[in-house]
Design a protein around this ligand. Structure first.
Ligand SMILES: NC(=[NH2+])NCCC[C@H](N)C(=O)O
Ligand SMILES: [Mn+2]
Ligand SMILES: [Mn+2]
Length: 302
């Protein structure tokens, strides 16, 4: 993967209950992203941030068509522009690196990635993000994004599903917190779920190798979605929905080193859910930068 990297920030917080995750792109840049990318012998072009409506200035009433999902229409608009940027970046031969923002933006990234190709997805997360408006206990769209882009449940009737993504080519890694109905939905889905118990039994590198093989099987490339709450909160405290028992620092690096082994088959990547307000001295952003570098091929000996 020797393409130039185009960074796209999406200061999105409409899909999460907390303000602050909108500052993620800025904090990740401040933690040295461009220099870390350039250390992997690629040019780092920063496309700036997409425009995201602020919750304080939205039209006062929620739109009835959004049902129980908060800011669904606004999220749809942001994701449509993100999909355009990602699609154009790929068409220009560059590598799109998307910075969140909450995880709802994955709907846009994956739609862009899948616009001109069949893609598989590896979803590193404590959560399944497999709720739908009717199953979500919170109404937060960041907990529905994977279901939305796969067209699960009510999302089957929307145009959210990324056409080029077959759920058979989707693997979730690190899962340890599912809502009751969400658990049923992931089990019924053809997507493969590697929970933290699988990681305990088999080790993370072996699990990640299987996940990447599932995503790459018969597809044109792989999208990697890294929710920073995949990591243990001791390592990554700056996230809105922390869950104990996550990946360690070393496991996360080992996982991203396997991702780097994809080479040119790594099509797109996003890092989401960094919330600098909840962080300790920007450490979660610094870790996000390190993990991006590992995914782009940085190694200890070079
Ligand atoms: N991308 C995330 N951090 N998602 C957390 C989702 C939490 C919970 N399952 C919900 O749907 O509200
Ligand atoms: Mn997530
Ligand atoms: Mn999560």
């Amino acid at each position: 993967m020797s393409r130039n990297v185009r960074v796209v920030g999406v200061p999105m917080d409409l899909g999460a209950d907390r303000r602050g995750v909108d500052m993620g792109p800025s904090a990740i840049r401040y933690a040295g992203l461009a220099a870390a990318v350039e250390e992997t012998d690629r040019e780092c072009i920063d496309a700036g941030d997409l425009n995201v409506p602020r919750p304080e200035t939205r039209a006062s009433k929620p739109r009835p068509e959004d049902g129980r999902a908060k800011y669904l229409s606004e999220t749809r608009e942001v994701c449509a522009s993100l999909a355009d940027v990602v699609g154009d970046t790929l068409a220009a031969g560059e590598f799109p690196l998307v910075l969140g923002g909450d995880h709802s933006i994955a709907i846009g990234t994956v739609n862009g990635a899948a616009r001109a190709a069949d893609v598989g997805v590896v979803w590193f997360d404590a959560h399944g993000d497999f709720n739908t408006p009717s199953t979500s206990p919170s109404g937060n769209v960041h907990g529905m994004s994977l279901a939305a882009l796969l067209g699960v449940g009510e999302f089957a009737d929307t145009s959210w599903a990324a056409a080029g993504v077959d759920p058979e080519n989707v693997a979730l890694v690190g899962i340890r917190d599912l809502d009751p109905e969400e658990r049923v939905a992931v089990r019924e889905s053809p997507a493969t779920v590697y929970t933290m118990s699988d990681v305990d039994e088999r080790g993370l590198p072996a699990v990640v190798e299987d996940a990447l093989a599932i995503a790459g099987d018969g597809t044109d490339g792989v999208h990697v979605s890294l929710d920073m709450d995949f990591l243990d909160p001791n390592e990554a405290p700056g996230v809105g929905t922390p869950v104990r028992g996550g990946a360690t620092y070393r496991e996360a690096h080992a996982a991203m080193e396997r991702v780097a082994d994809l080479g040119d088959d790594l099509r797109t990547m996003e890092v989401v859910e960094v919330n600098p307000i909840l962080d300790s001295l920007n450490g979660t952003s610094e870790l996000a930068v390190e993990l991006v570098a590992s995914a782009l091929g940085k190694r200890i000996l070079r």
